[in-house]
Every structure is written in C-alpha cells, then in structure tokens.
Design a protein around this ligand. Structure first.
Ligand SMILES: NC(=O)c1ccc[n+]([C@@H]2O[C@H](COP(=O)([O-])OP(=O)(O)OC[C@H]3O[C@@H](n4cnc5c(N)ncnc54)[C@H](OP(=O)(O)O)[C@@H]3O)[C@@H](O)[C@H]2O)c1
Length: 348
C-alpha cells in the first residue's frame, strides 16, 4: 500500500511535534482528506492550515480511531497509555513519540537507519526514541563499523522545544522580560531558562543521574542491540529554540583515526559531516534546524583517553528527533509490508 492512501491520525496535532508532522505530511503531498488532526478537548474545533486548506481538530478519544490506519501519538505518556491500546484495538498501527512504551519487550524502538528491521515484530505499537538518543545512535552505529565501542561519554545541549510548545513560548517571554528589565515568570523549568543553562533534564534518580540520562543509556542499548554498552551522559537544557547538540567522546577497542571516522560518517545514511573548523564550519543548532540530517563535526582524537575520539553533533529535535523519524518508521513498515501485526485483521 502507498502511504498516501492511508488514513493517518496525528494525536497532538496542535503541539510542537504534531505541527512538524503536519508540515512533513504536506511536504510529502499527503491528501488532507486522509488526515485526522486530534488533540485534547480544549482544541476541538480549532482549524489548522494544511496544504492550502484547513484541518478541523477533533478530540482524541477511543472511537475517533475507527478507520484510522496509522496513529502518530505525540502528546504525553498518560495520553499514549490511555489511547494507544484503544487505537490498536480498532485496527490502527500506533507510532508513539513518547516514553510510555519504549522499553517494553513487545514494542520495537526504532531508528530506521540503525534497526529498521525491528519494525517487523511489532504487535500494534512502535516507539520512537528520545530526541537526544536518535542522533547519537546513528553516529555510534556508523562508528562501530570501524572498531567495537568500549565506552561513550556525552554532554547534551538541548533546545527548549524538546519540552514542547509551552517551553518555547516561555523562552521567548522570559527573554523579552529580561531585555525590558521586567520580572521573569518561571513555569516550565525549575529555574529561568533565558540567558541561563540548566544541568537538569527531567527528574533526578537516586544515583545522581536524571531520567533523561537514564533514557539515553537504556534506549541506546535497545536500538543498538548492545545490552552491555557503557554510556554516561550529562543532559543540559540551553536557551536554544530548535535542535539539540551533543559533545560526544567515544572510546574504542582499537585505534580509530579522525579520517576513518569522517569517512564512515560521510557514508552513513541520514548523517552529514560538517567539519572545517579552521574556517569556523561546524554543526550548530541554527544550521541544523529545519534539516533532516544529523550534522557531525569537530571530529578529532580525544587526547585524554586511549583509542578515544571526540566529536560534536547537532540535530533538529522536532524533525529527525521526533516527527521525521516517526514518518520514516511508517515508510519502513510499508517497505516490509507489516502494517498489521500477525493475527490482527479485523477492526472492532
Ligand atoms: N519535542 C520534542 O523534541 C520531542 C522529541 C521526541 C519525542 N517527543 C514526545 O512527543 C510528545 C509531544 O511533545 P510536544 O513537544 O509536541 O508537546 P507539546 O508541544 O506540549 O504538545 C502536546 C500535544 O498534546 C496534546 N494533548 C495534551 N493533552 C491531551 C489529551 N488529553 N488528549 C489528546 N491530546 C492531548 C496537546 O493538545 P492541546 O493543544 O489540545 O493541549 C498538544 O497537541 C511527548 O510525549 C514528547 O515526549 C517530543
């Protein structure tokens, strides 16, 4: 089946990821008649521009999934847990952006360039990873073709749209307030984000890491099929609107030269090497925003570790970090002809 023949629901169509998903469907010329825009009851009746016409938002509730072939859910974990099983019962394939199902054994967690074949064993739900995990595993997967990886250390620089549309508005509002010498209102984060950086993304665990840092480890292990992967991260929120960046140090079993790394990354699908530091050419959130690829640069020997390599990456968190990866998962499902899980044929 061709993807443009499918009826696709975007749950969270009014949100940061949902809006980008609609942009991507419009770029792919998906017919408006085959798109169902869903959000909370607050947004029911709201009209969203789409391909020269408008989509009317409906409330996401179980019966809204009748006739939906594929449901992209980009709302919250609570919404995913409540609605995904209902959508599956009604015959939809759910591609879920949130963390609700990512680590469940029966749910594939997929970055098509790395483990696309995993879509084949879905039982109705496929998850996409956290927006920091996706670009990292794409780079690690390419690099491990040169030598086995023994350890990875990462510091992230995460944009506010990773938290959603309300955090983006908060960054803008706080920035105006600071520049106008007015009081700053803090709502989305524990502290002011404008003109600041926060070494906290999500809640802290008893071991001193945050849930975001734990997700990067567990999700990378699942996607790379490497349960012994050693990976430590420090996740940091920065006052950037779109695109997450990461400073990555990879340790290998054998020596890996920057030239070898550049050459495999150059050939890796979905990755672009942007690496001419003497001319100040390197990945930046501003140049990665709106682009589909993971931008990688500052590739150099790590002088503090044996067989170490350091690099810097930037990636649009709303596109490859979320909506684009979700659409590419659908492409992979169609390519492998596994829209329906084995045994599920009838709608209720
Ligand atoms: N942002 C990223 O970079 C990123 C990357 C990867 C994954 N994700 C995941 O994607 C999901 C959405 O993130 P976001 O950044 O787009 O958030 P957001 O901007 O806050 O948007 C949330 C969306 O969820 C909808 N929603 C809220 N309550 C609902 C309900 N009860 N029923 C149906 N819809 C409801 C909202 O609709 P209303 O407008 O009606 O409230 C809105 O459309 C999250 O699970 C997030 O973890 C985000």
């Amino acid at each position: 089946m061709n993807s443009s023949e499918l009826t696709i629901a975007i749950v969270g169509a009014t949100g940061a990821v949902g809006r980008v998903a609609l942009d991507l469907l419009e770029e792919r010329r998906h017919p408006a008649a085959n798109i169902v825009a869903m959000a909370s009851s607050r947004s029911a009746g709201k009209r969203l521009p789409y391909a020269g016409t408008e989509l009317t938002v409906i409330e996401a509730k179980p019966d809204a999934f009748h006739g939906v072939d594929v449901a992209f859910i980009s709302a919250s974990s609570e919404v995913s847990k409540r609605l995904a099983p209902e959508a599956v019962k009604r015959g939809s394939l759910v591609i879920d952006d949130g963390s609700a199902f990512r680590m469940e054994d029966a749910v594939p967690l997929v970055v098509p360039e790395v483990n696309g074949a995993d879509v084949a064993w879905h039982s109705g739900i496929i998850s996409i990873p956290n927006c920091t995990t996706t670009p990292l595993v794409m780079v690690l997967d390419a690099l491990r073709s040169i030598s086995p990886i023994t350890a990875v250390t990462v510091a992230t620089y995460q944009a506010v749209t990773g938290t959603g549309a309300a955090a983006d508005l908060e960054l803008m509002t706080q920035s105006h307030a600071v520049l106008d010498d007015r009081d700053v209102v803090v709502d989305q984060y524990p502290h002011q984000i404008a003109f600041n950086v926060l070494p906290q993304v999500d809640d802290f665990l008893s071991n001193g890491y945050t849930k975001e840092e734990e997700k990067m480890l567990n999700e990378s292990r699942k996607i790379l099929h490497d349960p012994a992967l050693r990976l430590a991260s420090t996740c940091v929120r920065v006052p950037v609107r779109v695109s997450h960046s990461e400073a990555v140090t990879v340790e290998f079993q054998n020596p890996v030269s920057p030239g070898e790394a550049r050459s495999v990354l150059d050939r890796a699908k979905g990755v672009i090497v942007v690496d001419d530091p003497h001319n100040s050419v390197y990945p930046m959130p501003l140049s990665a925003a709106g682009r589909d690829e993971v931008h990688v640069g500052r590739i150099r020997e790590d002088i503090a570790h044996d067989n170490g390599l350091s690099l810097w990456l930037s990636c649009d968190n709303l596109r490859k970090g979320a909506a684009l990866n979700a659409l590419q998962i659908l492409d992979e499902v169609l390519k492998r002809d596994c829209l329906k899980p084995a045994g599920l044929t009838a709608r209720i």
